[in-house]
Design a protein around this ligand. Structure first.
Ligand code: FAD
Length: 511
């Protein structure tokens, strides 16, 4: 428990816990604590373990917070932040805890976790306006289901949708599978309500009427989108939704090379699907093999049922289309298929016949992450590159991983480099799975980090496409941002959080 970290902060005591509980109107279940002997004073049932708040989805990050506060309202968030700011207690905002860079997990015992899970009310389901307005703790999938019932579509979708929260999505500027088609959260968030560390509640365009256009002053909501809980707590989100597509289609394709995948992508984007193209994902055969091993009952579109020995195709592609005219969209899909077969770019392909089959295709894609995690310790990377550079990057990574015996404390590593991602956005998820081993090897991680960093920089890429910085990538900031830019970031952070209580030790390296 690194309590020596963050000398400017104080370790929370049972007195702090008791006072925080009072600030939350003494509601049962609003404060959890197991390590501090304060439950009697607070009257909290204390039945739940703090474990789930101290360990993230990957299991790679473990914290030691002894207090978890679960406010019910913006007003309670405001009082908590004001109190912590005055008493120099660190705060880690936490959504669904599905972030992949350890941003939602405390680093020291001097931070408390502020979970948004009780703030999950949908204030306006967007029936009239196509603008969803909701508290930050709403689960993404619940919002999607609500929007769907009203004939609209939430513009963000990702594999963690059943657990992640809209406030977490905003705070990480989550990308996901429809980013190309509908744009980023910077484009789709129309308003936010946020609470700053001093307890001030800022209304940044969150109102019953959210405007698409509003040029009245600095657009501060953008500072909070992607700032990973370092500037304050997002408490409410107004999200622009699109009309649900009248016609949805999908195809599953297989290719022999990544060069062919890129050619298929270009044909889809510029010639044959263009305005109806909604998503274009690729997966390599190695990751699909892990999906097959960890989920033997899954049926793969281009393999015969029960044929467990058939080799996986080297690369698979999942394309989804959104349009407004079924026949027109089908014709476009057919013409696309004809073209890529004629040019010899794909070895096989199948068109989904109904919505159920589209969902089955997505299920396989969404299992890439959990299947890798179930196969061993995963050194996870999420990089931006030009699509045509994916092949060279993966080739060089595999070559360099051949040298791994020099870097690791253990000789018998079976490292598997598996890859998938939103190739249409130039976003590659490169995952190095240490087969059968579930413990991190620090020397090995250092070695792989260095390889990834060098290979990405060589290609003018980005070391974090969509997962953010958290406590995993933040130390690279001085190497990737020029000094004035980095200084401006520090200045923004201390403007909002002069006492350094918000998510300390993350996002920007400690100075
Ligand atoms: P958390 O993990 O709880 O928090 C993430 C960060 O945001 C932390 O720094 C936290 O302090 C901060 N935070 C959370 N809530 C708030 C708030 N209300 N106010 C202020 N700060 C807050 N990401 C993508 O971008 N695209 C993908 O396609 C994608 N796929 C994924 C698939 C799987 C299976 C998994 C496990 C993760 C995936 N992710 C993806 C990563 C993750 O789901 C996203 O980063 C997501 O947006 C995190 O939301 P969360 O609610 O879980 O946030």
């Amino acid at each position: 428990k690194p309590s020596a970290a963050f000398p400017h902060l104080r370790s929370p005591t049972s007195e702090h816990a008791r006072e925080l509980f009072l600030l939350m109107n003494s509601r049962p279940g609003s404060l959890l604590t197991t390590l501090l002997d304060c439950t009697k004073e607070s009257g909290d049932a204390n039945a739940e373990s703090l474990e789930k708040y101290n360990v993230d989805w990957t299991g790679h990050y473990r914290g030691f917070s002894s207090i978890v506060v679960r406010p019910n309202s913006t007003d309670e968030v405001s009082r908590i932040l004001k109190y912590c700011n005055e008493h120099l207690v660190g705060i880690v905002p936490q959504g669904g805890n599905t972030g992949l860079v350890g941003g939602s997990i405390p680093i020291s015992s001097k931070e408390i976790v502020l979970s948004l899970e009780k703030m999950n009310t949908i204030e306006d389901d967007g029936r009239e306006s196509n603008v969803l307005r909701a508290q930050a703790g709403c689960i993404l999938q619940d919002l999607q289901d609500h929007a769907n019932k009203n004939g609209s579509l939430v513009p963000v979708d990702l594999g963690a949708k059943g657990t992640c929260q809209i406030g977490g999505n905003v705070s990480t500027n989550a990308g996901g599978v429809y980013y190309y088609r509908y744009g980023s959260l910077h484009a789709n968030v129309l308003g936010l309500e946020v609470v700053t560390p001093t307890g001030d509640v800022l209304n940044l365009g969150y109102s019953p009427v959210s405007h698409l256009k509003d040029n009245t002053g600095y657009d501060l909501k953008h500072m909070f989108i992607g700032s990973e809980g370092t500037l304050g707590v997002v408490t409410k989100v107004a999200l622009r939704c699109q009309p649900s597509p009248v016609s949805r289609g999908a195809i599953w394709l297989s290719c022999n090379s990544l060069q062919d995948v890129v050619k298929v992508l270009n044909i889809a984007r510029t010639e044959r699907l263009s305005e109806i193209l909604a998503a274009f994902e690729f997966m390599d055969g190695d990751v699909l093999e892990l999906v097959r091993q960890t989920h033997p009952s899954i049926r793969f579109p281009l393999l015969n049922a029960g044929d467990t020995d058939a080799p996986m195709q080297p690369y698979s592609i999942l394309v989804e289309t959104h349009g407004s005219h079924d026949q027109h969209d089908r014709e476009k899909l057919e013409s696309f298929l004809e073209c890529i077969f004629e040019e010899g770019l794909v070895t096989d392909g199948v068109v989904a016949q109904n919505l159920g089959q589209i969902e089955d295709f997505w299920k396989i894609r969404e299992l890439c992450n959990p299947s890798s995690a179930a196969s061993g310790y995963v050194y996870k990377y999420d990089v931006s590159l030009k699509a045509r550079d994916f092949e060279g990057f993966i080739r060089d990574m595999k070559l360099r991983l051949g040298d791994v015996s020099h870097a690791s404390s253990s000789a018998d590593h079976h490292l598997l480099c598996v890859n998938w991602g939103h190739i249409i956005d130039g976003n590659l998820h490169c995952n190095i799975v240490s087969g059968g081993k579930f413990e991190k090897d620090t020397g090995l991680e250092k070695f792989i980090n260095e390889c990834v960093f060098q290979e990405v920089m060589k290609r003018n890429g980005s070391i974090s496409a969509e997962h953010g910085l958290g406590q995993y990538k933040h130390n690279y900031m001085p190497q990737i941002k020029d000094p004035p830019t980095l200084q401006a970031m520090y200045d923004v952070r201390s403007l909002f959080d002069p006492n350094g209580i918000m998510n300390p030790g993350k996002y920007l390296p400690s100075t």
